[in-house]
Design a protein around this ligand. Structure first.
Ligand code: NDP
Ligand code: GDR
Length: 428
């Protein structure tokens, strides 16, 4: 990094990214993975997982006028950030040629379904053709790499059977779903045409405290926090009858990795097998804050989609059998974890837990701390590391001085939250 140039990330207390992978002389080569979309929800969890496994992680980030490292700020000194864009073939090919990766995870996309109606062509460029560009980069520059494509349950859309499995016919209901079907089939096609180890993970909705604010789970749980703090009096939503199979993103990135460790490439459905309505989501989230959702939730036609997907439920038995994968976090725990997450998302740092005991004592949030479940201590560390005196954040294998769980808290009170997207959801 050129010391003469001021780096905006450093100004905000986030370490600047490294420019290029550095190979260590005389040491066995570590396995290398490229992640597109590393700044997104899944990218951040996958980067943590691969770093834990000893990978060298190369994160592809597109150029924007301000940094978007909120979710990976805690990883920036451990990953190699490289600039490239799904719209630009040359940049993608260069990244693959330089990194010579063992694995490539294509997570980048325009991933918000309503935006795909207002920007259908751009969605197709990113979410459909972007896959071809990256596959071409792999084919031309390093065909030995194993390739993961982030396919979606939205491809099932107007589902032809329930639950949905790998053989269920696709019937997408949005330009996003249509683009994902393209991305899925081009991945299959490169596998069959060129013999690439290219697989599609057909993932059902997965959520976390790092989810963008416009998606319904985060909108509801964040909305509860705002209502509790007196920032809002109501929460405007669309279709309350929509049913989804919601799981925890931290569990799902493990399935992505397992798909690329198989002896032969194949596609897998990943989900919990449980289906809940948006209404049930509201019930669980509001009741966790001791509120009645019916007092606050209003249906606003602006949030009803031109064509919605009514019910999605995964049959992940193939993944259970061949990948030995199963989700660990239940729906209720997931929603409660998302309600409990503090941060600046609601405008200022949460100073007290959302729930109060009948006697007035606060219910602690620390129970959300368990391996694999991101959470936060509201800046108050439970323990201090004996040698360094630094706060210990997290539990199990994640515990350590200054280790930050869930990406929302660094144990020093400097909570971060992604405010982007809340505007995007308005009027939609
Ligand atoms: P996010 O929306 O959180 O992240 C999307 C990522 O893509 C961001 O890092 C974004 O970068 C990046 N990106 C967007 N456009 C481009 C571009 N032109 N060039 C380079 N990077 C770009 O998505 P999730 O993490 O939730 O999802 C990851 C993937 O999985 C997506 O492909 C999504 O469609 C798919 N998926 C997600 C599911 C879910 O429930 N989360 C379920 C099934 C599939 P920036 O930060 O600059 O915006
Ligand atoms: P989805 O997720 O469209 O399934 O796509 P989202 O959370 O946006 O919607 C889920 C369901 O909730 C209903 N809903 C609302 N949704 C939003 N966003 N805002 C509202 O106010 C609201 N009210 C009701 C929706 O109509 C819908 O039925 C997500 C994305 O991550 C995709 O990228 C991914 O491929 C799929 O999950 C699987």
């Amino acid at each position: 990094m050129n010391a003469a140039k001021p780096n905006p990330a450093r100004k905000r207390g986030v370490k600047p990214p490294k420019a290029k992978p550095v190979k260590q002389q005389g040491q066995p080569r570590r396995r290398t993975a490229i992640i597109t979309g590393i700044t997104g929800q899944d990218g951040s969890y996958l980067a943590e997982l691969l770093l834990d496994k000893g990978y060298e992680v190369v994160g592809v980030v597109r150029r924007t006028s301000h940094d978007s490292y909120e979710r990976i700020g805690h990883l920036l000194d451990r990953v190699h950030i490289v600039p490239a864009d799904l719209l630009d073939q040359h940049s993608l090919t260069s990244v693959v040629r330089d990194a010579k990766p063992d694995e490539v995870y294509n997570l980048a996309a325009q991933s918000f379904v309503p935006t795909s109606w207002s920007q259908p062509v751009l969605t197709g460029e990113f979410t459909a053709l972007g896959v071809t560009r990256l596959l071409e980069a792999v084919r031309l520059a390093h065909p030995e790499a194993r390739f993961y494509q982030a396919s979606s349950s939205e491809m099932f859309g107007n589902a032809q059977e329930t639950p949905q499995r790998e053989t269920t016919p696709f019937y997408p209901r949005s330009p996003y779903g249509v683009a994902k079907v393209y991305g899925h089939w081009i991945t299959v096609n490169y596998r069959e045409s060129y013999g690439l180890f290219a697989v599609s993970g057909i993932l059902f909705n997965h959520e976390s405290p790092r989810r963008g604010l416009e998606f319904v789970t985060r909108k509801v749980t964040h909305g509860v926090a705002r209502i509790v703090r007196g920032k809002d009096r109501e929460l405007l939503l669309g279709n309350l009858d929509a049913r989804r199979d919601w799981g925890f993103a931290g569990d799902y990135v493990e399935a992505m990795w397992r798909m690329l460790q198989r002896p032969t490439p194949a596609d897998y459905v990943i989900g919990t097998g449980e289906m809940h309505t948006v209404r049930e989501l509201c019930e669980v989230a509001f009741s966790h804050a001791r509120l009645d959702w019916r007092t606050y939730v209003k249906v606003d036609p602006r949030f009803v989609r031109p064509a919605d997907v009514e019910r999605l439920q995964a049959d992940a038995s193939k993944a259970r059998l061949e990948l030995e994968w199963a989700p660990r976090v239940t729906f209720v725990d997931l929603v409660r974890m998302m309600v409990d997450v503090p941060g600046r998302a609601a405008g200022r740092r949460q100073r007290r837990p959302l729930r109060r005991r009948a006697g007035g004592g606060a219910l602690g949030l620390a129970r959300a701390h368990r391996p694999g479940v991101g959470a936060c201590l509201r800046g108050r560390p439970l323990r201090r590391h004996r040698a360094s005196g630094r706060p210990i954040v997290g539990v199990g294998r994640h515990a350590g001085p200054g280790v930050r769980m869930g990406g929302e808290c660094r144990g020093d009170g400097a909570h971060r939250a992604r405010a982007r997207g809340s505007e995007a959801d308005r009027g939609r």
